[in-house]
Design a protein around this ligand. Structure first.
Ligand SMILES: [Zn+2]
Length: 222
C-alpha cells in the first residue's frame, strides 16, 4: 500500500506526474480538479455550483474540497494505495490528513513563478463543457476545438497576468505553510518541475525508491 500527496502550483505538472505514477503502480489517482470537472461535465448539482464559481472568477472553497475528498477516500477502492492531487489546501486539512492516513510521502513539484506564468498563460478552456487545455502541454487534437464536445476553446477570463499574480500570492500564502508542516512531520521530496515530464517522473521514482520509469515499455504487456 502506497499513499502519496502531490503538491505544486498550477502548471507544475501535478496531473501528468500523478497519472504516470498511478498507471504504473496501480494507485488510485484522486485529483480534486478531475472530480470537479467530472461533475461539471455530467451536469450534477455540484457541477452547477462549481460552474457558477468559475464563471464568477472565484475559487472552490476549502470546505467543499474537503468534503469531496473525504467522500472519495471513503470509497476505499484504493487497494494498492492512492495519490492525491489538489488536497490538503490549509494547515487544518493537512493535520486531519496526517492523523487519518499513514502517508508514505509528499511529492512537492517546485516551479518558479515566472515559469508558472509562461505555462498558465498558454491555457485554454472549452466554452461549452469547461474542459482545460494547454497550448504547451495539452494541445487539443483540432486547433481551437474541444476534444470532448467540439466546443470553442477560449482564454479564461481569469487567466490574465494580474489575476494569475493574485492566485500565485494566494497559493504561496496558503500552500507554503502546508508544505512547511509536511516537511516537519513527513517525508517531503522537493522535485524541480522545470524539466520535461519524463525527467521529472524519473526524479520522483529515484527519490522515493520506486520502480524505474520505462516509458518505451510501459503498458505494452497490459
Ligand atoms: Zn468541451
Amino acid at each position: 500500500m502506497r499513499k502519496y500527496v502531490i503538491m505544486g502550483v498550477q502548471g507544475s505538472g501535478k496531473g501528468t506526474q500523478s497519472a504516470l505514477l498511478a498507471a504504473d503502480l496501480d494507485l488510485v489517482h484522486i485529483s480534486v480538479g478531475d472530480i470537479f470537472r467530472w461533475h461539471v461535465k455530467h451536469h450534477t448539482k455540484l457541477g452547477a455550483q462549481v460552474r457558477r464559481l468559475v464563471a464568477a472568477g472565484e475559487l472552490v472553497g476549502d470546505d467543499l474540497v474537503e468534503s469531496v475528498v473525504r467522500d472519495r477516500l471513503q470509497l476505499h477502492d484504493w487497494n494498492y494505495g492512492f495519490i492525491i492531487d489538489g488536497f490538503p489546501r490549509n494547515r487544518r486539512q493537512a493535520e486531519f490528513f496526517l492523523e487519518s492516513y499513514d502517508l508514505d510521502g509528499v511529492i512537492h513539484l517546485d516551479l518558479p513563478d515566472d515559469e508558472v506564468r509562461r505555462r498558465v498563460l498558454a491555457r485554454r478552456l472549452c466554452s461549452r463543457c469547461g474542459m482545460d487545455y494547454n497550448l504547451i502541454a495539452h494541445r487539443p487534437e483540432v486547433e481551437g476545438r474541444c476534444d470532448v464536445c467540439g466546443g470553442d476553446l477560449v482564454t479564461r477570463a481569469d487567466d490574465t497576468p494580474d489575476a494569475l499574480a493574485r492566485r500565485l500570492a494566494d497559493y504561496h500564502s496558503k500552500i507554503d505553510p502546508v508544505i512547511e508542516l509536511f516537511k516537519r512531520k513527513e517525508y517531503v521530496m522537493t522535485i524541480d518541475a522545470r524539466a520535461d515530464k519524463a525527467t521529472v517522473q524519473r526524479a520522483i521514482r529515484t527519490r522515493f525508491n520506486l520502480p524505474p520509469y520505462l516509458p518505451s515499455n510501459a503498458r505494452l504487456s497490459g
